[in-house]
Design a protein around this ligand. Structure first.
Ligand code: SF4
Length: 160
């Protein structure tokens, strides 16, 4: 742990480090669904994070080299889950568009507010249940999303 903190001093300012439940930073669906409650919770946390830019830059560096079944050679991989206000799929798309990790991280930071608002709108539009009636949002997730959204509104009122 001490080694990790020394290598990544920005982690001492990580907002997610104080979240009670970290599983929403590594959602199973990796952000495939725009209305994912897990990804939204993570991004609402990233929105408040002072270390978002450093975290976003680190997330663009393929540091994990592993063996994939069927691949003859080691494959560099981007970190999975939510980092710096983006999911892996968004980071890969940004790399393709921007061409290099620094430009991709800058693009993701620029588009962060819009991407977050799209997820908030999708989450609120879909509601708590899937089309088949099954509960898709756990009660703690709904509660935490509502808390974070209420705190955002309070901040907007104070600064107005
Ligand atoms: S930007 Fe998000 S994932 Fe990165 S340290 Fe901050 S809260 Fe955690």
């Amino acid at each position: 742990m001490a080694d990790m903190l020394a290598a990544r001093p920005w982690t001492t300012r990580a907002e997610c480090a104080t979240e009670e439940r970290a599983e929403h930073f590594f959602p199973e669906n990796l952000g495939r669904h725009l209305a994912s409650p897990s990804v939204l919770l993570a991004l609402l946390t990233c929105e408040r994070c002072e270390a978002r830019q450093e975290c976003g830059h680190e997330a663009m560096v393929p540091t994990i080299v592993t063996h994939i079944p069927g691949e003859p050679d080691p494959v560099p991989m981007l970190p999975t889950g939510v980092w710096g206000g983006s999911v892996e799929k968004e980071r890969r798309a940004a790399l393709e568009i921007a061409g290099d990790p620094d430009a991709a991280a800058a693009l993701l930071e620029t588009t962060f507010p819009q991407r977050l608002e799209e997820r908030v709108a999708a989450f609120l539009a879909v509601g708590d249940r899937n089309a088949d009636g099954r509960l898709r949002t756990k009660s703690w997730q709904r509660r935490r999303v509502e808390e974070l959204l209420a705190e955002r509104e309070d901040e907007v009122e104070v600064s107005a």
